[in-house]
Design a protein around this ligand. Sequence first.
Ligand code: ZN
Ligand code: ZN
Length: 363
Amino acid sequence: MIPDFSRRRERLFRELKDRKLPNLLVTCPHNVTYLTGFTGEDGYLFANKDKVTILSDARYEEQLLQECPLDPVFIRDATITMIDATAKWLATQKLQNVCVESQTITLAQWEKLRGQIENIRLESCGGVIERLRERKDASEIEAIERAVSIAERSFVSVRAMLTGDMSEKTVADQLEYSIRKLGGTGSAFKSIVGVGSRAALPHGRPSAKRMDDDAFVLIDWGAKEDLYLSDMTRVIITGKPTSKLQKVYQTVLSAQEAAIRAIRPGILMSEVDAIARGIIEKAGFGKRFTHSLGHSFGLQIHESVRLAKGQERPLEADMVVTVEPGIYIPGILGVRIEDDVLVTKSGNRVLTSLPKQWDEIQR
Ligand code: ZN
Ligand code: ZN
């Protein structure tokens, strides 16, 4: 399915109007890609009322023609930097204010712009396009599903060849290789492979620890296919589990399943987090669930929706979020289960499908 960039831009123009913003200088590369399909590194976009102009340099002229042939393009002089060229171009546009994306522009770039366009007022406007990106369109959902499919098939193939003498690093490398072999661009992020107590480090780097050094392994991985990502976590029991491990696992699983069941348009993001947290607290592990329940993703692995305490916004149809409760007991064990969930008009659809019941995760 071909993305409908003009529809995305229509939404941006409407959003600018609603927020009473005259224009927006888009410097975040993911936002430029979202609005135009252009994937080059050096490219800004200037949206003015109902027109956009892409600002880039000669290295990308050909790519721009291929990826977004209909857009007006300003190609900068190779002897000056992108921000200088942008300032120069903006100065010719008869503007009073320029809104810039505060999350991506650096202080140095801001100073440069301000120094070169003295009679234009700079305004800081963060999160406009990030907000639009929260609700995925059909082509994005399809792309995420492809990234999920590659991640799941790579996991199945690595699980099938898992042996006791493989190290965490070997497993992570095999996942990466398998994702690429299946047509993915690569891992969506650095895979986490944690054996036993190492699984209690939520973001530990894969080490030389071997699969048979403990009774279980936690794997948090994702695939990038073309531009979109996926994000999952599974635990595999590789040895003789303790009853504590089984109890923790069952608690995390019931918390995760209850939270997924509750996902529908209108429920507050904080409420979904509270449902999972409540179950974990009731089982006596409240202090061991040390992060929020989930996050949205798409072009980036952490986008602006968070299933977390204090997030008093409702979920909306077409948002895609992870649901990933965890319990971590330092030095002993860590369990997290993570699936990707699409909010639909009537409830939700879980995009991931790898088995996760206790009897299904035994090696
Ligand atoms: Zn993850
Ligand atoms: Zn995640």
